[in-house]
Ligand binder design. Structure first.
Ligand SMILES: [Zn+2]
Length: 54
């Protein structure tokens, strides 16, 4: 089972999406993207609450 995060689902006008089976990696990449692109801090809990299992 993989986890998927789609920026557009979170209400951003942004085409970023990531799908990974590695939760640690996904959290890291999403945190970095949120920071660099949206100037937003996302906690692990935020991300765990936002991903879909696909
Ligand atoms: Zn984005």
């Amino acid at each position: 089972m993989a986890k998927e995060i789609v920026c557009r689902d979170a209400g951003y006008d942004c085409d970023f999406m990531i799908r990974s089976e590695n939760e640690e990696e996904l959290i890291e990449v999403v945190q970095q993207h949120a920071q660099e692109t949206h100037d937003t801090e996302m906690s692990q809990e935020d991300i765990r609450g936002a991903w879909k299992t696909v």
